[in-house]
Design a protein around this ligand. Sequence first.
Ligand code: ADP
Ligand code: MG
Length: 678
Amino acid sequence: MVSLSTNIQFLKGVGEQRAKRYARLGVQTIGDLLEYYPRDYIDCSHPSAILSAPYDQPCAIRARVAAKSGEQRIRKGLSLFKVLVTDGQSDLLITFFNAKFTVASLKEEETYLFYGRVAGRIGRREMASPQIFPDDPSLPFSPVYPLTEGLSSKIIAANVRQALSLIPAQQADPLPRQIREANRLCARREALEQIHFPSNAQSLAQARRRLIFEELFGLHLALGKTREKAKRELSAPMKPVAMEPFYRLFPFSLTGAQQRAIRDCLADLCRPSPMNRLLQGDVGSGKTMVAAACAYFAAQNGYQTAMMAPTEILASQHFQTWSRLFSGTGIAVGLLTGSMPAAAKRETQEKIASGQLQVIVGTHALLQSQVSFHRLGLAVTDEQHRFGVAQRLALSQKTPCGRYPHVLVMSATPIPRTLALLVYGDLDLSILDELPKGRQPVKTYLIDPGKRERAYRFIRSHLDQGRQAYIVCPLVDTAENTPAGLESAVREAQRLAADSFAGYSVGILHGRMKPAEKEQVMARFHAGELQLLVTTTVIEVGVDVPNATIMLVQNAERFGLSQLHQLRGRVGRGGAESFCILVSEHTGSPRLQAICRTNDGFRIAEEDLKLRGPGDFFGLRQHGLPAMKIAGLLEDVALADQARAAALSVLASDPDLQLPEHAALRAQTDRMLETAGA
Ligand code: ADP
Ligand code: MG
């Protein structure tokens, strides 16, 4: 029997090849396919007459095929077909290129809907390469899917249609009936049909509403379930201790914002229920010091702190700063990353379990089951948006003494309130809205590639003054995995070292290097042995070398705005004047101009959202939420609140989703938490 978990190869026309293409979209089963929602629709509900059709704008024309021409060869590889259609009053001449089969499939005297742009003069209207739909009044909208090579919207629509016809109509609805009724939501089956093949605008809106609700509801349930459990447990309560010795460990005085954040955190740490706090502050605002203060406080109370960072580079940097900071305090700091040799790992794990280490810095290697803490009191996640929900939750689930650790997450990415509720539930928020004294805004310039040599000269003059610099090449994630992309960064480094920066010490850093090599390069850059670091975005988050005062970004248009802001945050971290030079052929780009105008991460995030458009309204992905299939398009804040309230009410009556009517929900939330971390 066909079910949602049936492989899509079961569908007509889906062979191994097509299944592979689907797999690239994350679609493996019929259920996945049904949840592969259209990104748009072609509206054929109100076809225009040929004469009154809007000029040069997409529109639908209902017309009968009057005549077809034969194939005309224009040149090698390009052939032209002409089809004359009529709506009874006027004619329209349609041209197709290299579309033998499409034209052959059009039957003379048959009526179709042609969707395209009308051009030509009055009396001789024309349309080029329209999309063709059957003249079926029950299907006024055609779905447009996010595409991948080799899969057109037409193919996907046909597969979805067959999938819908195979799935029994009496499907269990994961949303309990009371919730559906209370929130006026249609049944799941109906929603799936209408989201793919809406019969009118209203039922489409209904379907969207239902599916968005379901997705948000599921997320709240998953997060809430975990959190409720934590709330029922005890935290690791602490007592006030003298902080003066900590403040004497570093040469500067804390900003007012840092002091306020530390005060908030220490008060939380003394409460019986676990802290759940987000520390938000722009790049360079000094979040690490707040975490260090908490770690000190926890250690004085006899508790361990785990600090999880998204990359090995960042983890080892934190390890080094904290080892230095805490040396002489009796607080032992350890490092645990995935790439450490097995023996070293085991040794660290033993020290974590025995309590010899009070502060453990690491990557997600900290989450492995072999890592058991002696007395974990505080779990800190740095750059939390780099982690999945599940990973973050997993750290707070390490409960060595039956008590849940306090949780502090840190992020430079501003988060709208509604989204914050989504990601964290009832979190408390501390904001570092003040940069350390003496910081100057990074001067940012956008130049075209023709001025690159001048920029190099400018960089050399800084190196001559004893400063350090970064040159960032765009090897974004996927490209980085291709040898060609990798080569270009390596070649670039070699070229620069031999040419524009001959006589300077140039290092290279990229994601495909072995962790030990990366660490060595970073250590040399930290120590000032390397003057110039040619690198990819591996340095995007957290890297802190205050003597580096200048950064040049090649092909800046290939980076996201927030990403550029993060990158730029690697300079301007000391008192010296700093520069960021963006090189791009697109010097007129509003995005790139926006980043030159302001250093304010919150403004940039806003701008980013605006430019990114509603497709990723809240930038959900950036905040480590599992990829939302539909709620990413959420415009309806009230609906988000309703979904949250509904989830909380279910959890209030059945915290572990044990009731039989919640079985489907339980399976769904478990699946979500499992996949969120992947
Ligand atoms: P981020 O918030 O981006 O994580 P960091 O915690 O890495 O920022 O701090 C950036 C730099 O500022 C570090 O070199 C840190 O030592 C320094 N710093 C932190 N707080 C202060 C302060 N109050 N005064 C001066 N420098 C500070
Ligand atoms: Mg940081």
